[in-house]
Design a protein around this ligand. Structure first.
Ligand code: F6P
Length: 490
C-alpha cells in the first residue's frame, strides 16, 4: 500500500510519540560551497540523500553527517547545526568535521577501497589496510559522540545509513541503552565466500548486530547476510523469521526496496523552469529532430558506463542509418576522485567518448556529449523529460534511484528505460527493457528496440512503471521501517 507524506507524518507521530528521530549518514543532504565570494547550496549526487531528504522534510528531526563542502563551516551555529532545506527549513543538519587524514582512512580507504568493492561484483578487488581500518573505527566513534551529544540519556530512534557506519549502533548503545537503532545498508551484501576475505569481517558483523533492525533492498541480500553470519559468528540464525540472535540480542533482518518521492518529482518536472531548460538543451545541442538518449550517474565503476558506450558504438556500427539521428548525453559528477580506480575510470570514459565521436562524427553532429560536472536538479529533470530513452547499465547496484527518478519525471507517460538486470530496481521495474551490460551485442539491440518501440507500447510500459514507483514510494519505505522499529519496542 502506498503512503503519502501526510500519512507518514501521522504514522511517525503515532509510533514515535515524542521520542526524537535521528538520521546518521556519511554524506550530507545539502553541501555549501563557495562560488567566488558567495556561498551556494548544492544537492549531492547520492541516491541515499535523494531518498532520505523527503522523509526528513516530512518528519523533522536531526540528520548527522560529514560536512564536506568548502563553505559548510560558514553557515553552521556553535553546535555545527544548520536548518535545511535552505528554502523551507524543516529539519536540522548537524555537521561533523573530519581531518584530511580521517577522510582518507575512513571514507576513501576503508569505506570505498575495501567495503565498496567487497560488496559489489564489479571485478575491482578490495584493498584492506590496517591503518584505514583503524581510522574507520575512530571516525565511527566520532559519529557516535555526536549522536550521544544530541540524545544525552534520553530515548530516541536512530536511523543509521550505509556501510560507512557499520560500528555505530553498538558504540552508541553501550553508552545509552535506551536508544533504538535501525540501519539500512544501501549497497548489495555479497555471498559469504566473497565477504570472508575481509580481515575484519567479524568485527563488521559484530557492529551491525548491535542494531535492532537491519535493512537491505532485496531478500537476496538479507539471505546473503544471514549466511555470512552463520559462517563467521557464533550466533543463532533463524532463516524463517529472518533474524539473528547474537550475544543474547536479536536483530531483525528485512528487505525494504528504497524509492523516491514520486509525486514531488512529477510536480517539479512540470515546472515552467524545467520546460525552459528543455528548450535550451534542444537549441544548444540541436537535438530537435534527433533521438535523445541519456545516462545520469555518479561516475563510478559499478555503473557500467564504459559498457554502455561500447554498446552505443556497436549500435552505430550495426545500424548506420542512425548516424546523424541520435545524440547520447552522458551526464555525471566525478566521484571519489582521489582513488586510483576512479581516476582510471574517468580516463577510460573520456577515451571512449573521444574514440566514438571521432569514428562517426560529421561537421554538424557528434553522437556522444559528455558533461562531467555538477548539474542542478532542474537540469537533470529537463534531460529526463527530453530523453527518448534512459540507460541504467550498472554491473551491480543495490537499487539505483536514477531509474526511478527517470520514471517519476515522465509526466508525459513516454520514454523507454533500459535497465540492467543487476540492479535492485530490475526486480520491480519489469516493464523496462532489461539488459545484461556485459553482453554488448544484446545491449546494442536493446538500444534499437528502445528507439523503434511503437508509441502505444512505449506509453503502456511507462504507465505501468509509473504505477509501480507511485505505489512503492519513499514514504512507504520509511513508514515500513519506522513501524517495524517502533513495534519492536512498544
Ligand atoms: O548508496 C551508496 C552510496 O555510497 C551512498 O552511501 C552515498 O551517499 C552515495 O552512494 C554516493 O557516494 P558518495 O557519498 O561516496 O559520493
Amino acid at each position: 500500500m502506498s503512503l503519502t507524506k501526510e500519512e507518514l507524518q501521522e504514522l511517525v507521530r503515532n509510533k514515535l510519540g515524542n521520542r526524537p528521530l535521528l538520521v546518521v549518514s556519511n554524506r550530507e543532504p545539502y553541501i555549501h560551497v563557495f562560488a567566488g565570494s558567495q556561498v551556494r547550496c548544492q544537492v549531492p549526487a547520492s541516491g541515499l540523500t535523494v531518498a532520505l531528504d523527503p522523509v526528513m522534510r516530512a518528519c523533522g528531526g536531526i540528520w548527522i553527517a560529514h560536512g564536506s563542502g568548502n563553505a559548510d563551516r560558514e553557515v553552521v551555529d556553535e553546535k555545527n547545526r544548520v536548518a535545511v532545506p535552505p528554502q523551507e527549513p524543516s529539519y536540522t543538519l548537524r555537521r561533523i568535521w573530519l581531518s584530511k587524514e580521517e577522510e582518507e582512512g575512513y571514507y576513501l580507504g576503508f569505506s570505498n577501497e575495501a567495503l565498496w568493492p567487497l560488496c559489489h561484483i564489479a571485478y575491482t578487488p578490495p584493498t584492506f589496510d590496517e591503518a584505514h581500518w583503524n581510522m574507520y573505527q575512530r571516525v565511527n566513534r566520532k559519529f557516535a559522540e555526536a549522536v550521544l551529544d544530541e540524545t544525552e540519556d534520553n530515548e530516541a530512534f536512530v536511523f543509521i545509513q550505509d556501510y560507512h557506519l557499520a560500528l555505530l549502533s553498538r558504540m552508541i548503545k553501550e553508552k545509552n541503552p535506551r536508544l533504538v537503532t535501525a540501519q539500512f545498508w544501501h549497497i548489495p551484501w555479497p555471498n559469504p565466500e566473497a565477504f570472508r576475505i575481509c580481515p575484519w569481517g567479524r568485527e563488521i558483523l559484530h557492529g551491525l548486530l548491535g542494531n535492532d533492525l537491519l535493512g537491505f533492498h532485496i531478500r537476496y541480500h538479507c539471505d546473503n547476510f544471514l549466511d555470512t553470519v552463520r559462517l563467521l559468528l557464533e550466533a543463532r540464525v533463524d532463516r524463517e523469521r529472518s533474524q539473528v540472535t547474537y550475544g543474547g540480542k536479536t536483530t531483525l533482518v528485512r528487505p525494504y526496496p528504497i524509492s523516491v518521492d514520486f509525486h514531488r518529482i512529477a510536480q517539479e518536472a512540470a515546472r515552467p523552469e524545467v520546460e525552459k531548460e528543455m528548450e535550451q538543451i534542444q537549441q544548444r545541442w540541436d537535438t530537435g529532430d534527433k533521438f535523445v538518449g541519456i545516462g545520469i550517474d555518479r561516475l563510478d565503476y559499478t555503473k557500467g558506463i564504459p559498457h554502455r558506450l561500447k554498446a552505443l558504438d556497436k549500435f552505430l556500427t550495426k545500424y548506420p542509418e542512425y548516424l546523424g539521428r541520435i545524440v547520447f548525453f552522458q551526464l555525471g559528477e566525478p566521484s571519489r576522485v582521489h582513488i586510483k580506480r576512479y581516476k582510471e575510470l574517468n580516463a577510460e570514459i573520456e577515451d571512449l567518448v573521444e574514440e566514438i565521436n571521432w569514428k562517426y562524427e560529421s561537421d554538424e553532429w557528434k553522437p556522444v556529449i559528455l558533461l562531467r560536472e555538477h548539474l542542478p536538479p532542474s537540469t537533470l529533470m529537463a534531460f529526463n523529460r527530453l530523453a527518448d530513452f534512459c540507460i541504467v547499465s550498472s554491473l551491480h547496484d543495490g537499487m539505483n534511484l536514477v531509474a526511478k527518478e527517470f520514471v517519476s519525471s515522465r509526466i508525459d507517460e513516454d520514454g523507454v528505460l533500459i535497465l540492467s538486470h543487476f540492479t535492485g530496481a530490475a526486480r520491480e521495474l519489469n516493464e523496462a527493457v532489461l539488459i545484461n551490460p556485459y553482453a554488448t551485442d544484446e545491449f546494442a539491440e536493446a538500444i534499437k528496440t528502445a528507439i523503434e518501440m511503437p508509441p502505444e507500447q512505449r506509453q503502456a510500459r511507462m504507465r505501468k512503471l509509473r504505477q509501480v514507483v507511485a505505489q512503492n514510494n519513499i514514504y512507504r519505505w520509511a513508514g515500513d521501517i519506522i513501524s517495524q522499529l517502533a513495534d519492536l519496542k512498544s
